[in-house]
Ligand binder design. Sequence first.
Ligand SMILES: [Zn+2]
Length: 422
Amino acid sequence: MTDYTKQLVEQRRELHQWPEEGWTEFWTTNYIVTKLRSWGYEVLLGTKIINPEQVFGRNEKLVQEGIKNALTRGVSQSFIDETEGYTGCVALLDTGKEGPTTAFRFDIDCVCVNETDNPEHKPNKEGFRSQHAGFMHACGHDSHISIGLTLAHWIAEHKDELKGKFKIVFQPAEEGVRGASAIAASGIVDDADYFLGSHISFMADTGEIVAAPYGLLCTSKYDVTFKGKPAHAGKEPNAGRNALAAACNAVVQMMGIPRHGGGMTRINVGTLRAGEGRNVIPSSAHMALEVRGETSSINDYMAENVRNIVEGIAKGFDVSYEISQMGAAVDFTNDKELSEMLIEVAKTVPGINKIRPDGNFGGSEDISVLGKRVQAHGGKAAFFICGADRAAGHHQGSFDIDEGAFKQAFDMYAGMAKKLNG
Ligand SMILES: [Zn+2]
């Protein structure tokens, strides 16, 4: 008998040591695929699961670095070729018996923070800290991968008791809500009758389950570049085209976009970098910004205003501009049937002692893009929270999660698989 509890912790600790940021998870993808294939899964990679036209926020230079790192760490060139330069994978298993197609999603990327060197921090104390300076699994996606893999292993070992088909999506680049759109647009989850995903910890402690978190915000992320013309600031400023002034005006106007009467909106220009030197008319400016909205249409309203402002400002300052979409998530509501089923399963899981029907998520998660896609094709979808005690908040260098909670998360998935495909 496989010791799933042990497997959950061991895999997580291996994965924790080599965290990779979005779209560079080549070592991680190889780790996942090797295990899946050893358990008899057919695994899809590259453009079979990624639509390159919907790839957001993928930096070719970082991708090449990720490939180089993976090769150094023993990944084969033939595996890299199989990925076509895109990370993530989808595992397929057909039980051979008539039944529903159930898809699960697990995200695999890390956060760009340094893991603390505090000796009391558990990964330091027990020797599994990040070996990848500047990167850390500080959101718990290492545990997501491990739970997904253990679920895959369990499904393979219990194939005879199950019916229908399984699709297990290991999604790259969740941070910055970049990866889900490309997978959704590939059509790989379109035939799913059921779709499930979760986040660990976040707003719930060990022993808690939140069956239907609400307040998943719709968001669009953009990079905006203004390009002007440099000139001597004393001799002939008139000959220059001031990209910095254009960007500053754009920021001010964006902050003044009228709020929407239909629901909550947000806008943030998170970075603005511009200019070359004190006595040069600044010829380039780069902004990273995001908008959010309570619903897709309110988010679209914010995004359209941003685009109009950029276009108008560029005209006014006689500079050129470029807008690139860097990420997207949509609003999402669980199908009631699945939320109720999650509650039923939670009641049977040892260690779960607090079942919350709902709770405010108050952030964005690009699982919403995949969930909405499934719903649009007639399937049912749900996102839930598996509680876990944490040291420090998510995305911090001292973040850590209670490994004791992994088994409960795994039991939730295995329980759902039995209910849906048993
Ligand atoms: Zn996360």
